[in-house]
Design a protein around this ligand. Structure first.
Ligand code: GLN
Length: 190
């Protein structure tokens, strides 16, 4: 669990409920021993700055290139995008998913909303999507697969061992998306 900023506690609880044994990662050394990583919702500019300051950005990119399973929600989705349409100056991403995201695309904080979202790979009916100043995916490249869309915009994307959602399943008590990610980690040998 990348624990620099954001809704870390909620993800830790969801991961435990999904059968994982999560621990916080703040330093490059702590990244070495994990079989998968979650990047939380929060503020992607802050997560980006802290990852750079803590010397984590390059090690993260290297582990993603090696195939480390990573799930990012909201700000975490932004961190996994190869390209941000409207980055703040100096805002870096880890990248890995061939997609372009638009930050705050669904509107400002007071335009946050909830919606039922059908998601491929998640059985048992739609997930309850909580969208908080959420990004949407402007375009998805050939290597990435859209798992869910809302209002015509992709909001859940997978590429290999990388999973990203524009919404926050960690805030809902429904652990199926975390369950999907834990299954991806196990399939990758974790
Ligand atoms: N808008 C935020 C960002 O750009 C993401 C919001 C969230 O994670 N809920 O990072």
């Amino acid at each position: 669990m990348l624990a620099l900023q954001g809704d870390v506690r909620e993800h830790l609880a969801a991961l435990r409920a999904a059968g994982a044994l999560p621990r916080p990662v703040r330093r490059p050394e702590e990244l070495g021993g994990v079989a998968g990583l979650v990047i939380p919702g929060g503020e992607s500019t802050t997560i980006s700055k802290l990852a750079t300051a803590f010397g984590l950005l390059e090690p993260l990119r290297a582990r993603v290139a090696e195939g480390l399973p990573v799930y990012g929600s909201c700000a975490g989705m932004i961190m996994l995008a190869d390209k941000i349409l409207d980055p703040r100056s100096g805002q870096e991403t880890v990248g890995g998913i061939d997609m372009i995201v638009r930050r705050n695309a669904f509107g400002r904080q007071n335009e946050s909303f909830e919606a039922a979202v059908e998601m491929a790979g998640v059985a048992g009916g739609p997930v309850h999507g909580v969208f908080i100043r959420a990004p949407w995916v402007e375009s998805v490249g050939a290597g990435a697969e859209t798992l869910a869309a809302h209002d015509g915009h992709p909001v859940a994307v997978r590429q290999g061992n990388l999973l990203a959602t524009a919404f926050h399943p960690e805030l809902t008590g429904d652990h199926r998306v975390h369950g999907l990610f834990v299954a991806m980690v196990r399939a990758a040998g974790g």
